[in-house]
Design a protein around this ligand. Sequence first.
Ligand SMILES: *Cc1c(COP(=O)(O)O)cnc(C)c1O
Length: 462
Amino acid sequence: MFELPQAHTIIEPFKIKVVEPIPMPTLKERRHALAAAHYNLFNLHSSVVTFDLLTDSGTAAMSAEQWAAVMRGDESYAGSRSYERFEAAVQDVTGLPFVIPTHQGRSAEFLLMRAMLRPGQLVLGNTHFDTTRANVEGAGAVAVDLPSPATKDTAALHPFKGDIDLEALERTLTKEKGKVALVILTVTNNSVGGQPASLANARAASESCRRHGVPFFLDCARFAENCWFIKQREAGQRERPVALIARDLFQVADGALMSMKKDAFGNIGGFLALRNRGLAEAVRSLMVVTEGFPTYGGLAGRDLDALAVGLKEVLDEHYLAYRVRSVEYFGQGLEQAGLPTVKPWGGHAVYVDAARALPHVKPLQYPGQSLAVALYEHIGIRGVEVGSVMLGTRNPKTGEESPAPGELVRLAMPRRVYTQSHVDCMVELAGHLVPHLPELKGYEITWQPDVLRHFTCRFKPL
Ligand SMILES: *Cc1c(COP(=O)(O)O)cnc(C)c1O
């Protein structure tokens, strides 16, 4: 009798039951599509995109169990069995008693901010996601980011770059006594590259909040990826099931909001879960106007059922090992091919550093856009620029622009969608692109709207 060593290769822990062909446009077709899209990748039709890495939101492959749950959906207007199953799944994973479904994450944000905030108040967080910030501001309050000081160095291999800065939190809670309405810890911290926050950080932040009488919330769109990082990286967590780590995380929160288009494998959906009955009642009376009756919250019964299954499935540790490893594998591959990336790699995306890849393109000639266009033109990858196009600032009077702090291209990985050979192919072609990087030209914006220009603006190659 003998036993083989454990395999180093981490496999996709599923087999494929349904397939969808991916488009294979030629170079000529891609160039034509780019020109027709005015070099803005948001304008491309998905029918000309081979590897769609625009986002990990709502793009997951549902499992056989989720599709079976779709068939069990109970479409009763009120009190459906689908809601009961949804409520039980959220309660089981989070331990939070009051569960409110919403049609996606931002509607949970909208409801929470309208119910909790008064004009002039402050909301503190590790880094507010852009829709969270917009909903805080929409309620007349101010969103203040207190990210970990470790985020300043994009190459530093800090294990918990998603932490909130505890000193700054305590300082702000003391200085702004009475003004802070809410603290939100986003796990993982999307805006700093899907970096995790530690359990110790969440506990300490919650403790600070409790001392100051301020509610502590989680924006838990990627809670399972975050808890997997805690298991791998935090002292004393290695032997503990991720589901228990997640319960510990939610235990210190007064509530949580989630975009279930991320770690619940949903194509649509979200929730707001609360400990406080009075707040839950306030939200339920508000939501009828925008989301509908409190037991369906803008979703069909079949969605609620698929999400209830997905929320439990994501805690499967074979899945999480594969998920985080496959993002890391992609990051390593791109580095070896010669593309500089932001490290450590996060839970849901690899960020390529276009400022380092294209040092000859000036920030206001948009190196991130140039690289994103080249990745599509030559490899068929659709990523998204996260640099001066998206985050640069413009003086509304003079039109003068200031560049963003970084010039990145985000390549987000949809969940359970692409396989290792897809990644191998992208990496192989990236290796062929790298020697040509010095030939890439910058871009000029020929038309732009007043706000959120990256979605619709038009470019011209220089
Ligand atoms: C996606 C996301 C949201 C918004 O959720 P939607 O479902 O897109 O409305 C909020 N917070 C974080 C951290 C997210 O990643």
